[in-house]
Design a protein around this ligand. Structure first.
Ligand SMILES: O=C(O)[C@@H](O)C(=O)CO
Ligand SMILES: [Mg+2]
Length: 263
């Protein structure tokens, strides 16, 4: 059965960010992920994780100025120094909160622009080497252009191409089922083919990005496929609850005994 990580950027928004850790543990989660921890000292987050008995699954490197629409710096040649500062800061946080994975966001840039492609490759190499030195894995995630217009890494095949070309054992794919379905469909075949390269999985219903089991896909067939394919990592529950978070957790009971303790 899959190991679930609550995504605290989307779930448990009934609580202030630092209170979401205990809320997730109380609801039966063993791990958490979220977009960014940088509004809080790493030590404070580590205390929240420890107090709640939670593991950290993953978080993202700095995206630049999120409030003004920036979505990562890796493909922006003129932001190379800032990108590298962000890598070092993310690694410092990851060491303190014991995150095994970091997600490198690409940024808003023309996917066919040669300068953006060169910057992205350079950033990937830099981040792969820096994280590998610390024993932290690096993942990249294709994101659909409806939710994030203009995002550089908007195609799973391109992401796999970048990973294969780099041939660095520390770089893997973040396979978000929601984005996969919107960009390409063919989720089960996509999972099977990419499995050797997959470092992290996330799930939500399509198209509303709510609880699994409430959209156009058979999300439980996807969970079963992950088991059959031998996926060992966490599945990040990166969905916006349709109502109150805990009230919407009934879907976890369909995953079997491992989640029997969940509300
Ligand atoms: O799918 C997503 O949106 C996230 O996993 C992310 O990291 C960027 O928003
Ligand atoms: Mg995602």
């Amino acid at each position: 059965m899959p190991r679930l990580a609550a995504n605290l950027s989307m779930m448990f928004n009934e609580h202030a960010f630092l209170d979401r850790f205990q809320a997730a543990a109380d609801a039966g989660f063993e791990a958490v992920e979220y977009l960014f921890p940088y509004d809080h000292p790493a030590g404070v987050i580590a205390e929240k994780l420890d107090a709640a008995g939670l593991k950290q699954a993953l978080f993202n490197m700095s995206p630049g100025d999120w409030a003004t629409g920036e979505r990562g710096l890796a493909a922006l040649p003129e932001r190379r120094d800032e990108f590298r500062d962000g890598v070092r800061k993310a690694i410092d946080y990851a060491k303190t909160i014991r995150s095994p994975l970091l997600h490198m966001m690409a940024g808003i840039a023309d996917a066919n622009d040669t300068a953006a492609i060169a910057a992205y490759r350079d950033a990937l190499t830099y981040a792969a080497d820096a994280t590998a030195r610390e024993g932290i894995g690096l993942v990249i995630e294709p994101i659909n252009g409806r939710d994030m217009p203009g995002y550089f890494l908007n195609d799973f095949n391109r992401a796999i191409g970048f990973i294969s070309d780099l041939d660095h054992r520390n770089v893997k794919l973040q396979f978000d089922v929601y984005h996969r379905q919107i960009i390409h469909g063919d989720v089960l075949v996509g999972l099977e083919r990419a499995m050797p390269l997959i470092g992290h999985v996330q799930i939500a219903s399509v198209p509303k990005r709510n609880e699994p089991g409430t959209g156009e896909l058979d999300d439980f067939a996807i969970f079963a496929a992950l088991d059959e394919l031998g996926y060992q990592g966490y599945v990040g529950c990166e969905y916006r609850p349709a109502g109150e978070t805990v009230a919407g957790l009934g879907w976890t009971r369909k995953l079997g005994s491992r989640h029997a303790g969940m509300l």
